[in-house]
Design a protein around this ligand. Structure first.
Ligand code: I22
Length: 183
């Protein structure tokens, strides 16, 4: 298990281009006054919350900087329950994205399967709204891949292994972003 997780991460480290493309998009958005928006299911909802907090509060204690704007769509129980109850699961994240997102923001859709209806709905909404869509995906990227402007696919179908890579990728993206914005 640990070996497989390490192998996947080493393979991702061999291909920096997709990671750097995501960092470019995030840097452009933050410099322009936009925000990063995260969503995911289950463990990926926790990752969404975790990564947004790295931006709003702190990533590395050694780096003194201002708070940067980031939100997660997976936290608000009232909003997610009402969205699903009233509009269906496809609207769980799409509906709040319509209210909270702005053109030029970046949306991270985090899904290990690439087929979760609420993430697909959010990615479609992002496209309609001029929001840059970034997929952190697993397997072959699934239905989510063609809906993403940028994507990083972990070529593995074991949910836990994919999640372990996603949070590492998130940390890498935000560390590089912090280096650029502060350095
Ligand atoms: O990791 C957990 C819970 O911690 C799993 O339950 C997992 O996140 C859930 O099955 C999610 O619903 C999977 O969604 P997705 O990654 O396929 O979009």
């Amino acid at each position: 298990m640990l070996r497989r997780s390490a192998e996947l991460k080493l393979a991702l480290a061999e291909n920096a281009a997709p990671v750097l493309a995501v960092v470019d998009a995030c840097e452009k958005t933050i410099r322009a006054g936009g925000k990063l928006i995260f969503c995911g299911n289950g463990g990926s909802a926790a990752d969404a919350q975790h990564l947004a907090t790295e931006l709003v509060i702190r990533l590395r204690g050694a780096v003194a900087r201002q708070s940067w704007p980031a939100i997660t769509l997976a936290l608000d129980t009232s909003a997610v329950t009402a969205a699903v109850n009233d509009f269906g699961v496809e609207e769980m994240f799409a509906r709040p994205l319509h209210g909270l997102g702005r053109a030029g923001d970046v949306l991270f859709g985090i899904t290990t399967s690439g087929k979760s209806a609420n993430i697909l709905g959010a990615l479609r909404a992002a496209r309609e709204m001029g929001i840059v869509s970034v997929g952190l995906l697993g397997g072959d990227g699934g239905l989510a891949l063609p809906l993403c402007d940028l994507a990083i696919v972990v070529p593995e179908i074991d949910t836990a292994r994919v999640q372990e890579c996603h949070i590492t990728l998130g940390h890498a993206i935000l560390t590089l972003l912090e280096d650029r914005l502060v350095g």
